[in-house]
Design a protein around this ligand. Structure first.
Ligand code: AHM
Ligand code: MG
Length: 335
């Protein structure tokens, strides 16, 4: 099995990134280096996650451990690790993170790139040994190099992403990413400390039989979403929802399915964030032949107005997303 470049399964991530770069004669190698920085931080975070139960890093931030030291929650640790790796790398001028209120200037004013990151998604699963993930998007800055990144650099539409990916810390750890030329997945070999190409050229099935939505909130779903969920039930689809977006998304990407986080009474704009979660996964799913919308509009066309903006998300196999949208459209027409 090979990827689009003919690289065989078992190729290391480093070699893979290098080969991709060779295909662009004018590439400076900065994006390649940035991806390596992310992979390095992922290895470190993976190590912390694997030892979580032993390290007093689970539980709420602000608590103290038995030695009276401040505990750091794993998502705070992950945030620190990724920011440090990106700052040390030098290619990124500005980072926006789900864990930070404001944009972080790295001080690398010559850096060409902006990174948007959810360092550790699936907070409710962190303490209980269920799959969690990191999600990232990479943008090219629009302002001149030589100063800090601006709000315009940070608030670009999803179509401007030059790269996006996620790391899933699950039964094995995988890094899946795209730079706009297909999606490839790499599995981490802990004994060698390397990611190896294991899932070249990922394509998602056009349709599937898995739906992932928090049905506990069913009563406050919009009518169209209720009807789509009823349609899934009537057709005996499998409900699969672990409450870790990366885990639910990854399963559906591989097997065919739809993930939905609609607007609810508690979360009128949905819960997920456009810049840290939705755009990256939308880019990946589209590159894999899938679809991502907010119910009526393509996620990657949404114009962001705030760093922490939320939006509903319908993502996965294209025919399933289309079907869900049909129900939503019918609801709008009735009203
Ligand atoms: P987080 O960024 O605080 O971790 O929240 C995002 C997570 C997603 O991973 C998951 O799909 C969703 O929240 C689950 O939310 P809910 O418990 O409302 O179903
Ligand atoms: Mg999150």
């Amino acid at each position: 099995m090979t990827d689009k470049l003919g690289l065989p399964v078992g190729t290391t991530l480093d070699r893979f990134i290098m080969r991709k770069q060779e295909d662009f004669p004018y590439a400076t190698g900065e994006l390649s280096q940035l991806l390596r920085d992310i992979a390095l931080a992922a290895k470190i975070v993976n190590r912390e996650i694997n030892r979580a139960g032993l390290l007093d890093v689970t539980g709420a931030y602000g608590q103290q451990n038995v030695q009276g030291e401040d505990q750091q929650k794993l998502d705070v640790i992950a945030n620190i690790r990724f920011i440090r790796a990106l700052r040390n790398g030098g290619e990124v001028c500005t980072i926006i993170s789900e864990e930070e209120d404001e944009a972080i200037q790295t001080g690398n004013t010559k850096g060409k790139y902006i990174v948007a990151i959810d360092p550790l998604d699936g907070s409710s699963n962190i303490d209980v040994n269920v799959s969690i993930g990191t999600i990232f998007s990479i943008y090219r800055r629009v302002s001149e190099q030589g100063s800090d990144g601006t709000m315009d650099d940070c608030l670009q539409t999803g179509t401007k992403q030059v790269g996006a990916g996620y790391i899933i810390y699950g039964s094995s750890t995988m890094l899946v990413y795209t730079t706009g030329n297909g999606v490839n997945g790499f599995t981490y070999d802990m004994t060698l400390g390397e990611f190896f190409l294991s899932h070249p050229n990922i394509f998602t099935p056009a349709t599937g039989k898995i739906y992932s939505v928090n049905e506990g909130s069913y009563n406050s779903f919009p009518e169209g979403v209720k009807q789509y969920v009823n349609y899934c039930r009537d057709n005996e689809y499998s409900a699969r929802y672990i409450g870790s977006l990366v885990g639910d998304f990854h399963r559906n990407l591989m097997k065919g399915g739809i993930y939905i986080y609609p607007s609810t009474a508690k979360a009128p704009n949905g819960k997920l964030r456009l810049m840290y979660e939705c755009n990256a996964l939308a880019f990946i799913v589209e590159q894999a032949g899938g679809k991502a919308t907010n119910g009526s509009q393509r996620i990657m066309d949404m114009v962001p107005t705030a760093l922490h903006q939320r939006c509903p998300l319908f993502i996965g196999s294209p025919e399933m997303v289309d079907k869900a949208e049909e129900f939503l459209k019918a609801e709008v027409e009735v009203n």
